[in-house]
Design a protein around this ligand. Sequence first.
Ligand SMILES: Nc1ncnc2c1ncn2[C@@H]1O[C@H](COP(=O)(O)OP(=O)(O)O)[C@@H](O)[C@H]1O
Ligand SMILES: [Mg+2]
Length: 248
Amino acid sequence: MAVIVVTGRGGAGKTTTTANLSSHLAMKEYRVLAIDGDLYLPNLGFHFGLDAVKYSVHTLMKNPDIDPEWAIYKHRETGVYVMPGSTQLQDVLGISPRKLVDVIDKVRYKFGVVFIDSPTGVPFDTLPTFQLANYQIIVVEIERSPIYSFEVMVKNEIEKLKALGERYNLNIGVVLNKVRESEDVVDEIINAIETDLDVPVLGWVPFDSNVPASVNAGVPIVKYMPNSDAAIAFKEIGDVLEEWIFGE
Ligand SMILES: Nc1ncnc2c1ncn2[C@@H]1O[C@H](COP(=O)(O)OP(=O)(O)O)[C@@H](O)[C@H]1O
Ligand SMILES: [Mg+2]
């Protein structure tokens, strides 16, 4: 079972969502692998305190003979198995992004759920990974789109990514992140997305300054500060996702 996490714009919270939904399911005893598929600007490792690893997804893409287990690290606090990317320029240069699908294909059968963090926008480079995915989560940062421009901005963004997921027959869901001033209109926004675009919203996460703190600590917020507003929201979304994937 593979879940691809995408966003229209950078900084919306794709990696944060990947890290927290993986952690939530791992803490519920699922065997969860989180892979950094953002090959040019990987930062999933930081969310799990894995800064400078010897073996990464890049190593596996360059050396198909290496045992993929070498690039999988179990995060002590949450139990998530993490395959980070390399932040070294020389590792990133000269890779063939289309090979990512081969790496995922080799390891996915060992896990109950595999999360794939993606680059921003339509991940043209790694599109073959969509072939082995089942779910697509679109993370949208609402705050940058005030309600009056909502129609144009957010709908356009979701529509494109939704069309992409549909092309690969994925089940698609939306997560709204960093909700701040628009909190009082969030229900309206969710309603518009669900009725006009016909795509379910799994939930929304408030802007919470504890989130950057959890990244600095290398422990996703659902574990780092489980009673914070963002953690509570991610856990609820994780439960919706669990029901969606494993409920009948
Ligand atoms: N709900 C939130 N509240 C506050 N800050 C957040 C929240 N979600 C993410 N962030 C912060 O926003 C920044 C971008 O998030 P990230 O997950 O890296 O985005 P992306 O992967 O989509 O580029 C990070 O510094 C992260 O700590
Ligand atoms: Mg990211």
